[in-house]
Design a protein around this ligand. Structure first.
Ligand SMILES: [Zn+2]
Length: 473
């Protein structure tokens, strides 16, 4: 194992492997197995979802299963989770890997005759359920398809495959986690994030129950990582949460959703989607109401962050911010931004929360949705040059929390005008405040992550200097 430490003025210096790892790794973790490690200044993931990651860590992970039998075997192995007897949940199956034929409920019924089973497809737009789950949701053979969804049938009977809004009919019956469940999930997730080499995280969408769990873990001194949080605010909601400062947990802002996502054509575009000409996505807020919430948040000392992916949604957030001259708003994702709005973001003093790893996942199909507009998409370099501060995140668990994928996506971007230097990425990963010395460095496995398969990328990372002025560990 090769371990490097960054020495100012000298660059990377190899340190004694065993001594280095033993003294630098906070706990046993996957990084211990990495063949090569890079020591970086602390990396803070500025956009993720801690409790959601914790929930997925307890579910059967069916990604990559190459047959129904493999999926069923994995499900049985992983269903003995923390609360046997409860619903069996899983995610990530893909029938395209086993001949394109949807699975059916009979195979699940044989293994789980009484425990309800709810398994989301890899894209989140279909679910595979058993008869106990259908019964728990009160869905009978004669159930009509809900608007925007379908109960697939096989020989006239419910097959156990639910599409889109039909999924919600069953998902609504999965019991909410208890305080203890949430506490366990949050701790599991934070330990997982520590193992990914992070020095701290921002949770971009806290429910009140998540805030209670994080604040209580903080009071006990039990948080393995510092966390800052943004609480959800939905249209029509009158009361905003109060900012809170603890030892390692801070409630720092609020999170709004301006539009949907590009993959499901929910992102609000100014012109129709290139592959669905009658569709332009949707906006979730009235501009005046959004402006009122942004203003009240700033007055209460909260940082507003708004999810806006399409150019129409980004424009709406800028219109709302401009109504009251609200600087300091964060636009999360900002995946399609017009030239004029890049300039407006800078002039109004807004920041952009970006997740270059989404580009790695989206680039194979995003061009179909956007056509020629791809030249105005994922424009990290344009935003930075215009003077918009960048905050780097992965949106875990939608993407893995591995920082290496963001380095690869941003520093390896094909279009040089949107590429970021490694120094820019490090700066965008900088913690929001002074770090406690326990988190003063980050270890990045530079060969182990699958995304770093290409030697040239690994080499570039190994020899990346830290940002000027920052003190590496
Ligand atoms: Zn997110």
């Amino acid at each position: 194992m090769d371990l490097f430490r960054w020495v100012p003025g000298k660059g990377p210096v190899q340190v004694a492997p065993k001594l280095g790892v033993a003294s630098l790794l906070p706990s046993d973790g996957p990084l211990r197995e990495a063949p090569c490690l890079l020591v970086l200044p602390p990396l803070w993931d500025h956009h993720g979802h801690v409790a959601w990651l914790g929930a997925l860590l307890e579910q059967a992970d069916l990604r990559g299963c190459s047959s129904v039998d493999e999926a069923l075997n994995r499900l049985v192995r992983e269903a003995a989770g923390p609360s046997p007897g409860a619903w069996v949940e899983g995610f990530g199956w893909d029938q395209n890997l086993w001949g394109g034929v949807y699975p059916g409920r009979a195979s699940l019924d044989r293994l789980f005759p009484s425990r309800p089973v709810y398994l989301r497809r890899v894209d989140g737009h279909a679910a595979w359920v058993n008869s106990a789950a259908l019964a728990a949701a009160g869905i009978g053979e004669d159930a009509p398809d809900p608007p925007g969804g379908a109960f697939l049938r096989d020989g006239g009977r419910l097959s156990g495959i639910l599409l889109d809004t039909a999924m919600e009919r069953v998902a609504a019956h999965v019991p909410d986690p208890s305080f203890e469940d949430l506490r366990r999930r949050v701790l599991n997730a934070l330990n997982h994030l520590l193992g990914a080499g992070l020095a701290g995280v921002t949770d971009m969408g806290l429910e009140p129950a998540h805030v209670d769990v994080l604040a209580s873990l903080d009071r006990e001194g039990a948080l393995p990582l510092p966390v800052e949080g943004f609480a959800w605010v939905r249209p029509g909601q009158r009361d905003l949460p109060a900012p809170a400062t603890g030892s390692r947990f801070h409630l720092r802002g609020i999170k709004l959703f301006a539009d949907g996502a590009l993959g499901s054509r929910g992102a609000a575009l100014r012109e129709p989607y290139s592959d669905a000409t009658g569709t332009e996505g949707f906006l979730l807020w009235e501009t005046e109401e959004m402006a009122r919430v942004l203003k009240e948040a700033r007055a209460a000392g909260l940082v507003p962050a708004v999810h806006a992916i399409g150019d129409r949604a980004v424009g709406q957030v800028l219109d709302a911010a401009a109504m009251w001259g609200t600087a300091g708003v964060r636009i999360e994702h900002a995946q399609l931004v017009s030239d004029g709005d890049v300039r407006r973001m800078a002039a109004l003093g807004l920041a952009a929360g970006i997740q270059p790893c989404h580009y790695l996942s989206d680039r194979s199909w995003a061009g179909k949705r956007l056509g020629g507009r791809m030249s105005r998409a994922y424009r990290w370099g344009s935003l930075l040059r215009a003077g918009v501060p960048l905050r780097m995140g992965t949106d875990f668990p939608i993407e893995p929390p591995d920082p290496a994928r963001n380095f690869l996506a941003a520093a390896g971007r094909e279009d040089p005008s949107e590429r970021l230097s490694v120094e820019d990425v490090l700066r965008a990963y900088a913690p929001p405040h002074q770090m406690d010395p326990a988190f003063a460095c980050t270890l990045l496995g530079c060969e182990a992550p699958e995304a770093l398969g290409r030697t040239s990328e690994s080499q570039r990372l190994v020899f990346a200097p830290p940002p000027t002025g920052d003190r590496p560990c």
